[in-house]
Structures are given as structure tokens and as C-alpha cells.
Design a protein around this ligand. Structure first.
Ligand SMILES: *Cc1c(COP(=O)(O)O)cnc(C)c1O
Length: 389
């Protein structure tokens, strides 16, 4: 079973599917071959570069249309989107919010911005995301329902919400997670920052949470330079999300009247213009990215000791970042493999350090995390830009 890996062979397999390049091949590069120049030039020519302009509305409309949600609200970045999702589901001081330990730091930071506490849960090998069955068992042990809310028996704090994160574009098993949410009175927020273009059982990710967050950072599947969006199927919450992210100003010809503490989390029109051009090409990017994965699948199918991670059965993934998983026995070879690929001009990277190992979150509650720990040691990301197809 657990055969040893041959690093030179893996590097040459990667080389064989990647285009010849004189520089380093990065993990994910943006591609601007559509209407980017045209739309941005129009912003400059008309002067509408900032917080008002037609592209913000158009981008929100087209995002909602693509993902199938009732309302999308464009914001400054994905972290800001998560922050507002948490506020709007009612996360307050000292609440606990369940989330995977294996995620990008933004998920946990957004919880900290609410003076709430991240509570880390384990992932499963099938999806690389939250394991809903393990979570259910865990909550049965550590929590109790009082007055319609879930409380951590150990800390005494309310457990208000859960944030599944669709790791590298692969959807979490949402149906059983939704059951856990209704059983334990938890609000569901999807961190869909990596999963634009990914579907769980034919429905686009971001449709399952009360609110969900997207990111359009430079390395994501489409980019607005920096940016994010809040998705929701609740029209009232959608209106509120727009209001609170645009300084909570009441519309008026000249008065500055704000009816609550709002945030300046708007996406500027010039970024939205870039987003509109990118969104037009999204189906094309997904197609190309799936072709990159197919190429990797071909060359890695017969290789000992390492596997290309593939989408869960119930999902259609955007394959944002492709993943190679070392067999357990080969985990100690990970850094040597990274050394080998990087020396060969192929940027490969490990997964994030687990959130419970970062200094600011080391005292946060967590369940047994042994699957996340194993995954983190075995996983590397390999170049996945659409242009590599
Ligand atoms: C990219 C990303 C975010 C949001 O990042 P921003 O840089 O703030 O747009 C949030 N969560 C995850 C898992 C991400 O990968």
C-alpha cells in the first residue's frame, strides 16, 4: 500500500503537464483577456471610479444570477464579507462560532472582529472540510440546548453559528451539516471564498447558508483586484447587508443621515468593472481549470505514494487549487517534495498552519483534530491557473 515516493519522478510529471516557462509557475495567476480594459477605461473616462457607479449594481446583479441567490452585495474583500455575515446572523460578544481548524486565517479573524471565539472542528478526508458526522457526535457531548439556544457546557458560552469552508473549491457535505444546524439551533454561514463556480448536488455553494461570503482577491478564480461579496436568499437580510456595508446612510439628495453604526466596506466601481469583465469569463475559466485537473489526473494516476485529490461524489468543484495528498507514510517527505518542485520553478505550497496553532487562537476551544493534523502534514497545492490548460 504505502509506497515510497520518488521526488524526481513527481517533479518530472508536473513538468510534463505544465507549459515550458523561464520563470516560476505560480499557484494561481489572474487572466485578463476579456473586457477588462474596456470597462476600466470607461470608469476613468467618465470619472466614476469610486463608491458610486453602474458597475457595482451590474456586478451584484450578475453574481446573484450566476450563483442563483436572491441577492449579492459587493464589498471590499472576503474578510469584510465574513465579518458582516457574522454580525447579521446575530453573533455577539463571547459567542462561540464553529469552524474548521484547516482554513485560511480570515475565517477566524472575522469571528474575532465580533469579539466572539472561534471553536475549531475537524475536517474529513472526503471533502477536506468540516466533518458533519463527527461534529454531531461532538455537540451531543459538549453542548446543551437552553431556551432555544446551544451552549457549550464547559465554557458556558453560547454556540451561535457554524462556518463551513469549501476547501480549495471542494464543497463540504452540506445536507448532514444542515441537519446538525437545525438540531443544535446554529446559524449556517458558508465561507465560499474559494468555491465560486462549485456546486453541491447541482446547487451553487453559497445558497445553503443564511448568508455566505465570496472573495475576489488576486489569487481567486476571478478577481476584482481586491474584493468580496455577501450572498443571501433572504431579501431583507440582503437589503440590510447593503445598508450596513455602505455606512448605513439613508438615501437623500443632500442630507447625511445614518441610522446605525455602518461600515465602509463598499467595493469601488473600478473594481466592480474588473469584476464584470471577469465574471463574463468565469464559465470559460472553470472549463479550463477542469482541463488542468484532467491533465494532472492522467499523469498522477499510476504514481506510488501520492494522489491527486478529486471532487467529492456529490459535488462539482471549480478545482480552484489542485491538491496532491501524500500517503500517510510519506508525510515526512513533504518538505523535500516542496523543495524539489520549487527548485524546478514550480511553485507548490503546503496547506495553512492549523488555526489552533496560531498564537492568537491557541487558547480557543477545539475538538479532536487528528484528521486535520494529518491532512495538513500530507497536503500540497500545485499550480492551477486556467492558462495552464
Ligand atoms: C481568500 C479567502 C478569504 C477572504 O480573503 P480576502 O483576502 O479578505 O478577500 C476568506 N476565507 C478563505 C478560506 C479564503 O481562501
Amino acid at each position: 500500500m504505502n509506497k515510497e515516493i520518488d521526488i524526481n519522478k513527481i517533479v518530472s510529471k508536473l513538468r510534463s503537464v505544465l507549459p515550458a516557462s523561464c520563470g516560476t509557475i505560480s499557484l494561481h495567476e489572474p487572466s485578463f483577456k476579456g473586457n477588462e480594459w474596456k470597462y476600466i477605461k470607461e470608469c476613468l473616462d467618465t470619472g466614476w471610479v469610486s463608491s458610486v457607479g453602474k458597475y457595482v449594481d451590474e456586478f451584484e446583479y450578475k453574481l446573484a444570477e450566476f450563483t442563483g441567490v436572491k441577492r449579492a452585495v459587493a464589498v471590499a474583500n472576503g474578510t469584510a464579507a465574513l465579518h458582516i455575515c457574522l454580525k447579521l446572523v446575530g453573533v455577539r460578544d463571547n459567542d462561540e462560532v464553529l469552524m474548521p481548524a484547516l482554513t485560511f486565517v480570515a475565517t477566524a479573524n472575522a469571528v474575532a472582529y465580533c469579539n466572539a471565539v472561534p471553536h475549531f472542528v475537524d475536517s474529513e478526508e472526503r471533502t477536506l472540510g468540516i466533518d458533519p458526522f463527527k461534529l454531531k457526535k461532538y455537540l451531543a457531548e459538549i453542548s446543551e440546548i437552553r431556551a432555544g439556544a446551544c451552549f457549550n457546557k464547559k465554557t458556558g458560552c453560547r454556540i451561535k453559528a457554524v462556518i463551513p469552508m469549501h476547501t480549495f473549491g471542494h464543497p463540504v457535505d452540506l445536507d448532514p451539516l444542515i441537519d446538525v444546524c437545525s438540531l443544535y439551533k446554529l446559524e449556517l454561514i458558508e465561507d465560499a471564498a474559494e468555491s465560486l463556480g462549485s456546486y453541491y448536488k447541482e446547487r451553487h455553494t453559497g445558497n445553503f447558508g443564511k448568508l455566505s461570503a465570496l472573495s475576489f482577491n488576486g489569487n481567486k478564480i476571478i478577481t476584482t483586484g481586491g474584493g468580496g461579496a455577501i450572498l443571501t436568499n433572504d431579501e431583507e437580510l440582503g437589503k440590510l447587508a447593503k445598508h450596513i456595508t455602505t455606512t448605513a446612510k439613508l438615501p437623500h439628495k443632500w442630507n447625511f443621515y445614518h441610522d446605525m453604526v455602518g461600515y465602509n466596506y463598499r467595493m469601488p466601481n473600478i473594481n466592480a468593472a474588473l469584476g464584470c469583465a471577469q465574471l463574463e469569463q468565469l464559465p470559460f475559466f472553470i472549463e479550463k481549470k477542469r482541463r488542468v485537473t484532467e491533465n494532472y489526473k492522467k499523469v498522477f494516476s499510476g504514481i506510488d505514494g501520492i494522489q491527486l485529490f478529486q471532487e467529492p461524489k456529490f459535488a462539482r468543484s471549480n478545482y480552484w487549487l489542485n491538491v496532491l495528498l501524500l500517503d500517510e507514510k510519506n508525510a515526512p517527505m513533504r518538505d523535500a517534495l516542496l523543495e524539489g518542485t520549487n527548485n524546478a520553478g514550480i511553485l507548490a505550497r503546503p496547506a495553512w498552519v492549523l488555526m489552533n496553532q496560531l498564537p492568537m487562537f491557541k487558547d480557543c476551544p477545539h475538538m479532536d483534530l487528528h484528521i486535520s493534523e494529518k491532512l495538513e502534514k500530507r497536503l500540497i497545492n500545485i499550480p492551477s491557473s486556467p492558462e495552464l490548460s
